[in-house]
Design a protein around this ligand. Sequence first.
Ligand SMILES: C[S@@+](CC[C@H](N)C(=O)[O-])C[C@H]1O[C@@H](n2cnc3c(N)ncnc32)[C@H](O)[C@@H]1O
Length: 322
Amino acid sequence: MSYLETTAQFYSEVAQTPEVGLCCVQSSSMQLPELKIPTQMQEMNYGCGTTVHPAELINQPTVLYVGVGGGLEALQFAYFSRNSGGVIAVDPVSEMRKAATRNLEIAAEENLWFDRSFVDIRDGDAFNLPVPDSSVDVVAQNCLFNIFEPEDLTKALKEAYRVLKVGGRLIMSDPIATRPIPLHLQQDERLRAMCLSGALTYEEYTQHLVNVGFGQIEIRARRPYRLLDCQTYGLEEALLLESLDSVSFKVPIPNDGVCIFTGKTAIYMGKEGIFDDGAGHVLQRGVPAAVCDKTAVNLALSKPEDILITDSTWHYTGGGCC
Ligand SMILES: C[S@@+](CC[C@H](N)C(=O)[O-])C[C@H]1O[C@@H](n2cnc3c(N)ncnc32)[C@H](O)[C@@H]1O
């Protein structure tokens, strides 16, 4: 069996016998006014952060959700889209599609605003999305792409890029590793399926996004996810996994390189009232301005005495320099 078949078999099992806390950070699901999440759906929360960022979901976007799981985030997206077929959710595992269908039917009974037609569940996989080129506003996946080996990850990212409209967003939540995961764990297909051993480092993960052409990447959250201990995982030193929530925009990569926002700011502390770098960045003395990591480096190099760059907060929600 290939690791993708092992993965499908694993999710077929957990669709039939849900395992609470199988995968995900220990946080409760996002609550929204008049949204009631059925208990069965909560028990099948197999994500590791969130991909539902309300600010990205104005004007009833069309959302393609990859790897439906128990349907929790599909329901949350439908809360914003609120139209028939506004959320298309794909999954290659028939038992998972069945579970999501059942959970969404319960959700329709428990939520007056929700109609079952809002989520269209389709058989499909991340490598062959069943929608035309440039047809959706948002592609989202939670805790799936980390399972893919690097070449397959590239295929899945290219496929997401293909179906997004220009300006559209790829919203992801995945585990990342604080150092490369040793080969013996990477090759353990079950651990990989459980989102415990396929994770890339932050640098590798973001480089994959840049390689397929996303011109702007915003980090929405980065926090501890799991610790792989020495005894259980045959390691000399424990290995911390983090979860990374990100939004990547299908916009051209600027000539001087991609803009990655990690929550840094630049603060001018020179003698003038303002500082203008002549490249579109105007800083008011003493006032932090959100900047991407590339601009942070350029500003720090150009005025090391006069510009302070603050650390990444790993939480950025827009309004920055580019
Ligand atoms: C870790 S679960 C995450 C489920 C859901 N996103 C959540 O947050 O609860 C991974 C999901 O991806 C599905 N899946 C597995 N292989 C896939 C593939 N090649 N393409 C799309 N989905 C896949 C699984 O059946 C499962 O529903």
